[in-house]
Ligand binder design. Structure first.
Ligand code: ADP
Ligand code: MG
Length: 493
């Protein structure tokens, strides 16, 4: 029997606002001291009243607009009632019937759209810390009341890879829009994956399992793979899939049962009596729309067209808005130098920039765990270095070496090259002296070349490069050596 996989996602993201959702306590994800950023409101003291954080509302609307969703002008907060020690009020203020964002979609790379059901705004809970040594559970309320958006998709996914792509693209969108830092390791973005199987051709949805506590989208894809296997085996044995919540064990690459879904929870939702309904105006929505930057998908297409990049390179460059912006700043500096110094086609120059950026520059950022935003290399200096390299006034080796030094010191490339005496030897006469010297020192090898051993020629190229301290251009060296041998055979042998 063949089955079709059906997957829907519920994704939470903490918003990076200055203060919490309904009070003035700081929203600081980096605060390590527990129970510092709290106040009577987020601690649920009697007699306190919540107020709506406008910044959080705007951020969720911006996310909705980025997903081509509808922004209803009427929206409302509701109380979701349940008891848990990380929830001081005994209820969570959330949205039920009237979310801030309705509909919308995000396209997969193959062009198929994943439909978004809704995005709503709520507040996060505190954090429980189970201390193994003492056996006590501690509670930190710094996170209690932090603005949290929840996005729900329609069950439109068919594979784990699609889930992974969607999650990572949404993460990029949240960051581009500036709504959330969306760091999964810090719990700022959390995903729940709902998975079911159905016989091919059947319309009705099968019984789903919800997998929680997954902390990367790669793991989400792995969990889907595992569930497909597990559920297929159950169905083939004629058994039923039990509707339940499962966790993901990364170490053994398996999901495990956490709790059976007792008949649907009754949260006794009702409109939050302490808050007025939220009414927006068209103008407000349009103002927010104007703040939404060019999104990763549009940028990818534009980079490919405008700069002649291949798809993979564009994809890598737009992963982080700051890197994409930096790249464009460097390219615009090229434009300013171009006419004065070079007849090279712009596309070749851009290729040089890309190769320096994607190779050594990204490696240096990684090695120093620093961000493009803080780099000491100005776009102008980066462009200048790329120009020297493209003009052959410095060698490949020198370019790498100078880039590293620029990265460390922020110095000007021409100063560094000058100081180190690394301008490439482009004068054939200068190089010829070195070539003659090397031939004299290696007469045996030279004989081998005359007898047709091409490996021997490569050896001589290497010697000349070394003698020139990497400043010679390898192709020029090769040409010069060949010329020597041609001339030599015609008269001296
Ligand atoms: P619940 O009430 O159990 O939370 P919802 O209807 O709210 O279920 O859906 C939650 C998520 O699960 C949504 O992303 C939805 O697309 C997805 N989903 C619902 N039914 C199924 C199913 N049978 N198989 C896979 N995903 C499903
Ligand atoms: Mg649900």
């Amino acid at each position: 029997m063949s089955y079709e996989t059906v997957i829907g996602l519920e994704i939470h993201a903490e918003l990076n606002t200055k203060t919490k959702m309904f009070c003035g306590s700081l929203n600081d994800p980096n605060e390590t001291h527990p129970n510092i950023n709290i106040c009577p409101v987020c601690m649920g003291h009697p007699g306190t009243l919540p107020t709506i954080n406008g910044e959080a509302v705007k951020k969720v609307i911006a996310v909705g607009l980025a997903l081509d969703a509808e922004i209803p002008l009427f929206s409302q907060f509701d109380r979701k009632n349940y008891f848990y020690p990380d929830l001081p009020k005994g209820y969570q203020i959330s949205q039920y019937q009237y979310p801030l964002v309705v509909g919308g979609s995000l396209e997969l790379p193959d062009g198929r759209a994943i439909r978004i059901t809704r995005v709503h705004l709520e507040e996060d809970t505190g954090r429980l810390i189970h201390d193994r040594d003492s056996g006590y559970t501690l509670v930190d309320f710094n996170r209690a009341g932090v603005p949290l958006m929840e996005l729900v998709t329609e069950p439109d996914f068919r594979t784990g890879e699609e889930v992974r792509w969607f999650g990572e693209e949404l993460q990029r969108i949240l960051r581009y829009v500036g709504a959330s830092d969306a760091d999964m390791e810090k719990g700022q973005m959390r995903v729940e994956v709902n998975i079911s199987l159905r016989s091919l051709g059947v319309e009705e949805l099968g019984t789903k399992v919800e997998v929680k506590n997954i902390n990367s989208f790669k793991f989400a894809a792995d969990a889907v793979q595992y569930e497909i296997k597990r559920q297929t085996a159950l169905l083939e044995r004629g058994e039923k899939v039990v509707q339940e919540t499962r966790g993901w064990n990364e170490r053994v690459q398996e999901t495990f049962a956490q709790r059976a879904k007792e008949s649907a929870h009754d949260y006794r939702y009702f409109p939050e009596p302490d808050l007025p309904p939220l009414t927006l105006s068209r103008e407000m929505v349009e103002e927010i729309r104007a703040t939404v930057p060019e999104l990763p998908a549009a940028k990818r297409i534009r980079f490919t067209k405008e700069y002649g990049l291949d798809g993979d390179t564009s994809t890598l460059l737009v992963r982080e808005k700051s890197l994409a912006d930096y790249f464009e700043a460097v390219v615009s500096e090229l434009g300013q130098h171009e006419k004065e110094t070079l007849e090279r086609p712009r596309r070749d120059l851009i290729k040089t920039v890309v190769s320096l950026m994607m190779g050594d520059f990204l490696r240096l950022l990684r090695e120093t765990s620093s961000s493009v935003r803080d780099t000491l290399i100005t776009p102008e200096n980066f462009a200048e270095l790329a120009l020297y390299f493209a003009e052959d006034t410095i060698s490949n080796l020198t370019a790498k070496q100078i880039l590293e030094e620029m990265f460390r010191t922020g110095e000007d490339p021409s100063d560094l090259i000058e100081k180190r005496g690394l301008w490439q030897i482009v004068n054939a006469n200068d190089l010829d002296d070195i070539v003659r010297h090397v031939l004299k020192e290696n007469e045996g090898v030279a004989l081998d070349v005359r007898q047709g051993k091409s490996a021997a020629l490569q050896f001589l190229v290497g010697r000349v490069m070394k003698e020139s301290r990497g400043k010679a251009h390898p192709q020029m060296v090769r040409d010069l050596l060949k010329k020597h041998f041609e001339n030599a055979t015609s008269y001296s042998l």
